[in-house]
Design a protein around this ligand. Structure first.
Ligand SMILES: [Ca+2]
Ligand SMILES: [Ca+2]
Ligand SMILES: [Ca+2]
Length: 651
């Protein structure tokens, strides 16, 4: 029998005396703080709905506690004065453009793309459909709020709604009503007349805003004589056309992000990702432009910030001139959660307790607002240290049940619950947070006479996989190589510049189980942003799976499970209905009171509190890891949590 070590009473008394001199705040938690340990619930249930309306009805009835999607204007009108709901203002850096397929005529014609960009009735859409519930994006893919204004290129071409100009551009390019019907034909330079085929236009039925955008734009196209077959259909049908061979679409109401950086301009629109012979081509608009490739590569592999900004602005100009997509809006408005725990049978202990721990996230792990990953970690019934079930609504089942080819928002909800990354990001400031890595060092090395970047990560002690096996630097090195080799890897672009990554001996050193040094072949300011956010996967599992068949033969396909290092593990799955996830006791942030996340609650955790004692978020000694009760003050109540759990260890 193992006796739990106790915090000696004398020491506790001494600490209490010492700390009783500091001011104590009873301020409650708010939407602008996020706890750094968890998960606080025993179970997370991801419940799948067939569309926004169905999910919203379930939310209203209390079948789910929070929705994955922000409220529409109409739903906000209904809920805004209802005490059963907590509403939080939302801004999200994502984008909803119209994809224009550059392979299929007539959207393959640059002049045709320009013309139809002038046919998006922005004012009508913003005013009548979005109300104040989204931000305008029409002149750039870059949401140019404060954080991003330095990346915005005001010179980039804009496409104010102008049907007369659209008709003029079309006519100049040979698109006119050459016969007596109401539709346009195209006269080739040799005089041959071709009918303009009906544009294959796919709009998302599950998203009322995107459906409305498709309807408005299609009506404008038809008004100038461009025939349209508008399909307002479910997500899977949209994706069969917009993301699968033979890519037989012209226009798709795309949704991208949210993002914390601009690297997706490389991953989505560099021509190397425009391969129409595979499903799920990242560059599904098949934008292939050498000048764009040049500048976006200069941006991605920029040795300093000024070079990165200059190159990005050039790339943005090319993109807006060539219009492979038409930016329309980004999310803004309101996200919501239920004010109180529901009356679920068997969960009487939590009935009607106020829900706490829904941080209003700005820098997202998966999505922003109150429905991000941080809520998975933080949500709990009031005054309950750990317990209960969080019921989370999702608009869709997953498409890729593995961490390597995760793609959709819903893939990411699961993958981020199961896996962890070396680095995390503060949800409110965007600052890097030590995560699996407790520290890192960025240096340069001499790559055959050229400066190149290397990063050394120090892993936390005692990291474990959800099956109890140790997580070491070998897993990190393995992950980087696997993400490079795997077919359809989401993280290929993050690891492709690791030195010698294409060989059997990537230039990655693992001098001990807690240290890994990754050498890159060039210099870039973005490498921590890339490799720091790759989900780390277990070598002992994936080394037995051919990286070319992660979809067909991945761990979940073979075993019905995923071995991870994140806050949750899979407890059950009913396809197209729900996923049930259980708290992972091996998660390095699982233990209450283990402030330094080394696997034991001991005097070193007390020392962390002592150093930060009395601090609030604006103080220099503020330490969010020490604010165990998540009330924005480090005080006696946090120490009490350490005292209660003193001597406990993670499995
Ligand atoms: Ca005609
Ligand atoms: Ca500890
Ligand atoms: Ca506190």
């Amino acid at each position: 029998m193992v006796l739990k070590k106790m915090l000696p009473a004398s020491m506790l008394t001494a600490l209490l005396l010492l700390f009783s001199l500091a001011p104590i705040s009873m301020q409650g938690g708010s939407g602008t703080s996020a706890g750094r340990w968890g998960p606080r619930v025993d179970y997370l249930q991801l419940i799948i709905f067939q569309g926004y309306d169905q999910e919203y009805q379930a939310f209203k009835q209390g079948l789910i506690d929070v929705m994955d999607w922000p409220l529409t204007y109409e739903c906000w009108l209904e809920l805004r004065n209802d005490p059963n709901f907590v509403l939080e203002p939302l801004t999200m850096w994502d984008s909803y453009p119209l994809d224009l397929n550059c392979l299929n005529w007539p959207t393959s014609d640059y002049r045709f793309r320009k013309a139809i960009a002038y046919l998006v009735p922005y004012e009508t859409f913003y005013t009548d459909i979005l109300h104040a519930f989204a931000g305008e994006l029409m002149d750039s893919m870059v949401w140019w709020e404060e954080e991003w204004s330095e990346w915005y290129n005001p010179e980039a071409p804009k496409y104010w709604y102008d049907p007369d100009l659209a008709v003029q551009i079309l006519a100049d390019a040979g698109y006119k009503n050459w016969d007596a019907d109401q539709w346009l034909e195209w006269k080739a330079p040799n005089g041959t007349i071709f009918d303009v085929p009906p544009l294959q236009y796919y709009a998302r039925e599950d998203d009322p805003l995107r459906a409305a955008l498709g309807q408005l734009h299609a009506a404008e196209l038809e008004a100038v004589g461009i025939p349209v077959d508008l399909y307002i259909v479910d997500k899977d049908t949209c994706w069969q056309h917009a993301y699968c061979m033979p890519y037989d679409y012209h226009i798709y109401t795309e949704g991208l992000g949210p993002y914390n950086n601009l690297l997706f301009f490389y991953d989505y629109w560099h021509s190397q990702f425009a391969d129409p012979t595979i499903d799920w081509a990242w560059n599904n608009v098949f934008f292939m432009n050498d000048t764009y490739d040049y500048w976006i590569t200069q941006f991605k592999y920029a040795p300093d910030l000024e070079t990165a900004k200059y190159a990005f602005k050039q790339a943005l100009w090319i993109m807006m001139d060539q219009v492979p997509l038409i930016p329309v809006y980004h999310s803004a408005g309101v996200s919501a959660y239920r004010a109180k725990y529901g009356r679920w049978s068997g969960e009487e202990a939590y009935w009607d307790k106020p829900w706490k721990g829904f941080p209003n996230v700005k820098f997202a792990v998966v999505t922003a607002g109150v429905s991000d990953w941080w809520t998975f970690l933080n949500a709990h019934p009031e005054d309950v240290l750990r317990g209960g079930v969080l019921r989370f609504g999702m608009l869709s089942e997953l498409d890729h049940i593995n961490p390597i080819t995760q793609y959709s928002t819903w893939d990411m909800f699961l993958a981020s619950a199961i896996y962890s990354t070396l680095v995390m990001r503060d949800p409110f400031t965007g600052d890097y947070i030590p995560w699996l890595a407790e520290s890192w060092k960025i240096e340069t090395w001499d790559n055959e006479g050229e400066n190149a970047t290397k990063i050394t990560f120090k892993l936390r002690p005692n990291l474990k996989w959800s099956n109890g096996q140790p997580l070491t630097s070998e897993d990190v090195a393995f992950t980087m190589k696997y993400m490079y080799d795997a077919a359809g890897s989401t993280f290929y672009g993050y690891v492709e510049m690791i030195d010698d990554i294409g060989t059997d001996n990537p230039h990655i050193e693992t001098p001990d189980p807690n240290t890994v040094t990754i050498y890159f072949s060039v210099e870039s300011i973005w490498f921590l942003e890339m490799v720091g956010f790759v989900p780390i996967i277990p070598k002992h599992v994936w080394e037995n799976i051919d990286p070319l068949y992660v979809e067909e033969q991945g761990e979940y396909v073979l075993t019905g499970n995923l071995t991870g290092c994140g806050p949750f593990v899979i407890a059950g799955h009913q396809p197209n209905e729900w996923w049930l996830l259980r708290a992972n006791p091996y998660f390095f942030k699982y233990l209450p009171g283990d402030i330094n996340a080394d696997g034991i609650v001991d005097i070193f955790d007390c020392v962390k509190i002592a150093i930060a004692f009395g601090a609030t978020p604006k103080d220099p000694n503020w330490d969010p890891d020490s604010d165990l009760n998540n009330d924005n003050t480090i005080d006696i109540f946090d120490l009490v949590i350490v005292a209660i759990h003193f001597g406990e260890t993670r499995p």
